[in-house]
Each structure stands twice: as C-alpha cells, then as structure tokens.
Design a protein around this ligand. Structure first.
Ligand code: GLA
Length: 413
C-alpha cells in the first residue's frame, strides 16, 4: 500500500512538474521592446500608446529588433467587472485592450501588459492574486504576448509558488506569452526562475543616473553602475530562454550621451533584455543612434546568450568580455572614473579562459580583427596591444572577429 501511495505521489509530482513547463522556445535571445513606466509612469492612454507604436516603426526601432510594446502599471480600471474579469480603464483606453492589441499587432509589433502577484498592483489597481487562471485567459483573449508580473502587496506569500502559479496559468492558455518576473531579486529568482519564466528582475528599480546616492530616509532607485555591480556574480544563471533582467533602459531620459552609451553597451554585454523607456516620439538623433546601434544590439542578441565576464578592474576601468557565436568576442572597457583613462591592453599577455562557457581568447594562437562598435572603425588586430583613451563615464567597446584568419585561408586557396 505504502509503495502504491509512493508511486502515485511520484507520478503526480512528475505530471505537475511537466505542467509547470513554460511555453517552449520563447525569448531565445533577450527580449527587446519598449515599456511605458520609465517616462510616463501612470500617465498612459490609448492615443499615446498608439503613437508610440507608430514611433517604434518610424524611428527604425522595430527594424532594429524592438518588438514588444509593454503597458506598465495604471492601465487598469480601479475595479474588476461583475464577473471579476480585469478591465481596462475606459477613460484612458476607450476602445479596450483587444482593439489596442490589434493595433499594435498591425504594426508588426507584439503586445505586452503588466500586473502583479499581489492583491493590488504597485500603483493600487486590482492585482492578480486568486485570479491567475482567469487573468491569463483574459490576456490571451486580448492577444497579449508578454506579461510583466510585479511583486507589490504580496505580504506573506511565497514568491516561487506565486510565480509558478502564474506561469502555469499562462501555459494553460496555450498562447506564447513571455513571462517577465519582477520581484526585484528579493528571493533570488535566478535560482528557480528558468523553468517558469523567460526573464526575472535582478534588482530594485533603475533610476535615470550613473550613480544615485541612497536616501537613508526612504526608497531610492539604483543608478546604472550600482546595477552593473549586482550582475557580476549572476552570469551562470542567464542563457537562451531565461535571462537576468537588470531593469529597463534609461537611454534618452536625461543622462549625458556618454553615460547613455555606456549604459546601453553594458546592458548588451550583460545579455540583458533591451526594453527602451524613453519617449520614442521625440527622441534626439543621438539617442536614436544609441538605441539602434546594430553592432551593439548584435552583441546583446548573440545566439549563445552568454552574459559577459568582468575580467579585470584596474584604476577605475573595468574590462568586460563576452564570448560570441563562432569564436568571436565583444570586449567593453568601462571607465567609471570622473576623468579620462588610458587603455593599454596587451592581448597576447592576457589569455582569457572563461571556465563557465569553456571558451578561450588567446591572441597567441588566434589572430582577431578589432572593430570599434561605436565608431565602426577598424582598429587593427590582436597582434598589437590596444591603446586608446576612454572618456569619463564612457566605454570603448570593440568586436573581435576571427574572420581575418578565415579570409587569409581563402586567399591562399
Ligand atoms: C515596480 C516595478 C517597476 C514598475 C512599477 C509600477 O516598482 O519594479 O518596474 O513596474 O512597479 O508601479
């Protein structure tokens, strides 16, 4: 009898684990898109969101890879309807969410939405707790492709269980919906998130700044460099279909252009989701060029999905290295100092062995061509040390390509 009970429990556990499987094959590279929160917070409405969809297309963002248009908090009506279904605020979204989703899809984009594992969202709108399957079906009926799921008003509940329930609810709709967990890294989601979600926030909210001094009397967002420091030891948890999320981009929201460039470069090195958070309708050409830099985006979207390694920190300059498909590498020298710093990097003297990915960068046995990813200029090869100056709060980001060696072979043939 005991044996039978055990066998039953064993199979029940296996079946429920199988049911917990998220929709397969989503976000094999880090998701890219736009989210309303960083610029608009609760000031969102149908007209603005449609304009943003138009701007994603006309600015070239969509063609550069930004696909998901995500409505963050405050899209909801303050109450559920008589059947307890979620409903959009009719004043902000008079045509409703299905029509908005159709509009977004008609632009070749995907539709993302926000809710919370708690009883209320962070801004106080109806949360999903106790309505997981119902809300998942509602989203599927509206054509939702991405759910950001927050962690406010969750007192006393278990994060892993709450996120697993929502993951199962999404899977039960049989619609491919990317699941973005947003519990700020509090319960170490990198340890348990991969089977249930495509991405998880690793930190508290980003703010628009290089370094944001913590306010001892209250909540403070984190600056770009403070977030980078929190990612250093998480690289083993990221990979195709399951990403560390160091929060959305603040590019174009007020930092100087060098800091925006460094922020964007580092998010690409970290294989982070690239979710823009600026007003795409009115961005400067400088901002547009940063957000649509194809070479840098390609580093982020590399199919191996390996998060960069912080190789060394020397005199306020950090050297980050990211192994790429085909044996190539991206290298980013990040200058965190308030003044410019000289770089003198001898490739041959620095044989990099990345034990996590089992890849080696060895200029003694392989010659690489070097291209500056921000100027697009060739910078010679790894035969010679790389010399240059990195301005304050900026980067030198280069692509190391094995290509030259192959071309040489071709010439010989
Ligand atoms: C939390 C999240 C943010 C944003 C707000 C909305 O703070 O971390 O990204 O979604 O809630 O209220």
């Amino acid at each position: 009898m005991k044996k039978l009970t055990f066998t039953f429990l064993f199979f029940a556990a296996v079946t429920s684990a199988a049911l917990a499987q998220k929709y397969p094959g989503l976000a094999l590279t880090p998701p890219m898109g736009w989210n309303s929160w960083n610029t608009f917070a609760c000031n969102i409405n149908e007209k603005m969101i449609k304009e943003m969809a138009d701007a994603m297309v006309s600015s070239g963002m969509r063609d550069a890879g930004y696909k998901y248009l995500v409505l963050d908090d405050c899209w909801l009506s303050p109450t559920r309807d008589s059947l307890q279904n979620l409903q959009a605020d009719p004043k902000k979204f008079p045509d409703g969410m299905k029509a908005l989703g159709d509009y977004i899809h008609s632009k070749g984009l995907k539709f993302g939405i926000y809710n919370c594992a708690g009883t209320k969202t962070c801004a106080g709108y109806p949360g999903t707790r106790g309505h997981e399957y119902q809300d998942a079906l509602t989203y599927a009926s509206w054509g939702v492709d991405y759910l950001k799921y927050d962690w406010c008003n969750t007192e006393g509940i278990n994060a892993r269980e709450a996120y697993t329930t929502m993951s199962k609810a999404l899977a039960a709709t049989h619609r491919p919906i990317v699941f973005s967990m947003c519990e700020w890294g509090t319960n170490q989601p990198w340890l348990w998130g991969a089977p249930i979600a495509e991405l998880w926030r690793t930190t508290g909210d980003i703010g628009c700044g290089w370094y944001i001094k913590p306010n001892p009397n209250g909540w403070t967002p984190l600056g770009v460099t403070q977030i980078i420091d929190k990612e250093v030891n998480l690289r083993q948890y990221a990979g195709p279909g399951h990403w560390n999320d160091p929060d959305m981009l603040e590019v174009g929201n007020g930092m100087p252009v060098n800091e925006d460039r460094a922020h964007f470069s580092m998010w690409a090195m970290l294989a982070a989701p690239l979710i823009a958070g600026n007003d795409l309708r009115h961005m400067s050409e400088e901002t547009r060029e940063i957000l649509t830099n194809r070479g840098v985006i390609a580093v982020d979207q590399d199919s191996l999905g390996i998060q960069a390694l912080r190789y060394e920190v020397k005199d306020s300059v950090e050297t980050w290295m990211k192994p790429l498909e085909g044996g190539d590498w991206a290298i980013c020298f990040l200058n965190r100092a308030a003044e410019p710093k000289a770089i003198d990097f001898d490739w041959k003297a620095n044989v990099v062995k990345d034990t996590l990915s089992n890849r080696e960068l060895n200029a003694n046995t392989q010659r690489y061509a070097i291209v500056d990813l921000w100027t697009n200029k060739a910078m010679g090869t790894t035969q010679k040390a790389l010399k240059g100056t990195v301005p304050s709060h900026d980067v030198l980001m280069v692509y190391l390509s094995k290509q030259i060696k192959k071309e040489k072979h071709k010439e010989r043939r």
